[in-house]
Write a protein that binds this ligand. Structure first.
Ligand code: ADP
Length: 275
């Protein structure tokens, strides 16, 4: 395996030198392998959003480095735009960013800016729409005529169509009903399987993360509290509780892991008693 992302002593300080100075990410180091599905969890304010925005060059680290395929993404600041095509980011409530007059154009927007055209562009758009389960006939509609869930999918498809090497999703299922969440999550899993790209998923739904992630980053006050295989992180449920993360229905989470074929030792369930 080769490292797709290396985070080296990453820190980010908001309002540096002002009375409002806040260290949001604190000396964080981690290595992510090509093709991994990484879950990122942590309580509100633990630095998840700040961290992921540094990974695609949207925010420049106050100190430290982000290496993409072995190269510091800020080596040539003029080329940072290219990084944003290689590391695609789906923000929270991405549907607010739809603005074109058809769904098709909206999905094509980023890919076109990346330089895709003609058949390649058309293929990328249609494939992305398919990954997110958007029906063909919706492509000619105005994005404003779509339902909430469809708008979300269109926005996600727009990032997928850029064919990024790394796809980052910040709470992609927030605000969707349980069924919508379930479907969207399986579509992301399917996309990951078929495209073989690296996926980073920020979520405060432990159950969602348990279902999909190979490894989990646990953030606490901007530091990397834990970064381990999914089953190991949940096996240390006590530890999650200690940093203020609620681990609801841990028995169900363990069940989910078993259903995924993950070998979870029986002893792990004693965590349930501790909660
Ligand atoms: P999370 O995504 O885990 O909720 P964030 O990365 O949004 O965490 O925030 C990390 C910390 O940085 C929090 O303490 C938050 O209040 C602070 N923060 C986030 N955005 C800003 C900002 N624009 N200005 C100042 N502080 C910020």
């Amino acid at each position: 395996m080769s490292h797709i992302l290396e985070l080296k002593n990453l820190s980010f300080v908001y309002g540096q030198g002002t009375p409002f100075e806040k260290k949001a990410v604190d000396n964080l180091s981690a290595t992510i392998e090509k093709g991994e599905f990484i879950g990122i969890i942590g309580h509100t304010g633990s630095g998840k959003s700040t961290l992921v925005q540094m990974l695609n060059g949207l925010m420049k680290p106050t100190s430290g480095q982000v290496l993409l395929d072995g190269r510091d993404i800020w080596t040539e600041p003029k080329k940072i735009r290219e990084i944003r095509f290689r590391v695609g980011m789906v923000f929270q409530y991405p549907e607010y960013q739809l603005f074109e007059d058809t769904v098709y154009k909206d999905i094509a927007f980023g890919a076109k800016n990346k330089g895709l055209e003609g058949d390649a562009l058309d293929k990328a758009v249609r494939r992305a729409a398919e990954f997110t389960g958007l029906k063909e006939e919706l492509l000619d509609k105005s994005p404003f005529d779509l339902s909430g869930g469809e708008k979300r999918r269109a926005a996600i498809a727009g990032v997928m169509a850029m064919e990024p090497e790394v796809l980052i999703l910040d709470e992609p299922t927030a605000g969707l009903d349980p069924m919508g969440r379930e479907i969207l999550l399986s579509q992301i899993v399917n996309y990951h399987k078929e495209r073989g790209v690296t996926v980073l998923l920020v979520s405060h739904s432990m159950e969602d993360i348990a279902r999909v992630a190979d490894r989990i980053m646990v953030l606490n006050h901007g530091t990397l509290h834990d970064f381990d295989k999914t089953k190991s992180v949940f096996a240390k449920g006590d530890d999650l509780r200690k940093i203020g993360l609620k681990v609801p229905q841990i028995t169900r989470i363990m069940q989910t892991l078993r259903e995924r074929g993950t070998d979870v030792p029986d002893g792990v369930l004693t965590v349930d008693e501790a909660l």
